[in-house]
Design a protein around this ligand. Structure first.
Ligand code: HGY
Ligand code: MN
Ligand code: MN
Length: 416
């Protein structure tokens, strides 16, 4: 998408006002260690959605909610025939999440709207700010599910039927918080999308840079796994006769880790949840259920990791006389973001005198799916020690403000 820059405007977002929204919303689901636990479709999610809806309405924006619960705030432009320029991210968090993952992109978008209102600026194209439902996938897997349904890459019935650890279905949880909107998913189209997010990695901090121009994103596979062995007596069963599901799982976990290392440094594999059954200390586990996800920025490597992990499962099945079933629930191929939008981000950073570099996102984002339907790119700002998905996640007010100023200027350039 060819664009010219936002030009010489000296307009800046209000850093204190942005920071106050970050602090204020962090109290919704805030944890004693200073993080946030605001799982998708929980009561905390409802409360932050209500906060967001009120703030959007106070800013004079139109609010629409789609059937997956994603929230779209629209600011009219001079030319209503033009498709909006979109910003946005997510307000749901990991169970031990931080104050910035997702939140910064939504609140910076709100700050952009507020800044334009205060300056009396009307853009040519309308602007849109999106709060995507369930980006994290911590409670209901997979993640990025609402933007995935929006882009047509994830089936809505599949999404609605996903259950959490207590067996509650996504659709029922959505109804329970009152956010199953009337809008068909995918109706709200946009001409381009820019997502601001913390890097969740160490590169910008290590390079002493303010802004990451995200040009690509790792592809990822999410799966649910089950190892089936045989329960038996912990005392009377000789080791040679066992089909110990937990030991077989342990061998598989280390094999998956080895595959990621073989495809390093960009290959990663993670088992975040593992449960042994029947969970009795004197019964050899007969079953282990686990989650598995693996990622790589290169499609060929991702497919090779896929094959190597499957081969490791087959090998261990033979060695240990167990069954290892891996059900893939979600796959997103590596993403290439739009060169025109990335260039507009780079120009905005340069105009603001901010140091920037192109980079690939290891973390998944809703922008990955937005990129399927419209020119999209992302802005990263540093976070301390690259720590994220951790209550210690932190970025400074200046870093957040710099990202929001780049977002403002990029959106002005795209919206005319
Ligand atoms: O998993 C991810 O990459 C995202 O942070 N939910
Ligand atoms: Mn995020
Ligand atoms: Mn996250």
């Amino acid at each position: 998408m060819a664009t010219q820059t936002g030009g010489g405007t000296n307009l800046r977002i209000d850093s204190d006002r942005l920071w106050s929204t970050i602090v204020e919303t962090a109290a919704i689901g805030g944890t004693p260690k200073g993080g946030i636990c605001r799982l998708a479709l929980s009561d905390e999610d409802r409360r932050v959605r209500d906060w967001f809806a009120a703030a959007v309405r106070d800013a004079g924006l139109e609010l629409a909610v789609d059937a997956m619960g994603s929230m779209f705030a629209i600011r009219p432009g001079r030319d209503p025939a033009r498709a909006p320029i979109a910003m946005g991210s997510h307000l749901d968090t990991q169970p031990t999440g931080g104050k910035f993952d997702g939140v910064l992109g939504v609140l910076a978008g709100l700050e952009v709207m507020r800044t334009l209102n205060a300056a009396g600026i009307e853009t040519e194209a309308p602007l849109m700010l999106i709060n995507w439902t369930n980006e994290e996938g911590a409670r209901f897997a997979p993640g990025m599910v609402a933007s995935g349904v929006y882009s047509g890459e994830v089936d809505m019935d599949f999404a609605m039927a996903r259950t959490d650890r207590d067996g509650i279905a996504f659709g029922d949880a959505l109804d329970a918080i009152g956010y199953r909107g009337s809008e068909p998913v995918g109706r709200r189209r946009f001409a381009a999308m820019v997502e601001l997010h913390i890097e969740q990695g160490p590169i910008l901090e290590a390079d002493g840079l303010d802004i990451g121009i995200v040009t690509a994103g790792k592809g990822s596979v999410w799966a649910d796994g089950r190892v089936t062995g045989r329960e038996c007596h912990a005392g009377s069963t000789p080791m040679s006769l066992r089909h110990d599901a937990l030991c077989a799982f342990a061998a598989f976990a280390l094999a998956a880790e080895a595959v990621a290392r073989e495809h390093g440094p960009d290959g990663v594999a993670t088992i975040g949840v593992a449960e042994a059954f029947p969970a009795s200390r004197n019964t050899v586990p007969g079953e282990v259920r686990f989650t598995l996800e693996y990622r790589h920025p290169d499609l060929g490597h991702l497919d090779a990791m896929d094959a190597a992990i499957a081969a490791a499962a087959r090998r261990i099945e033979g060695e240990r006389g167990v069954a290892i079933d891996i059900e893939k629930i979600w796959r997103k191929d590596p993403v290439a973001f739009d060169a025109g939008v990335s260039a507009a981000i780079g120009r905005a950073a340069a105009e603001l005198g901010l140091g920037s570099r192109p980079m690939t996102s290891g973390a998944g984002h809703d922008a990955f799916f937005a990129a399927t339907v419209a020119p999209t790119a992302m802005i990263f700002v540093p976070c301390k020690d690259g720590i994220s998905h951790n209550e210690a996640e932190s970025s400074t007010q200046a870093e957040c403000a710099a990202g929001a100023d780049v977002l403002l200027r990029t959106v002005l350039a795209l919206a005319g």
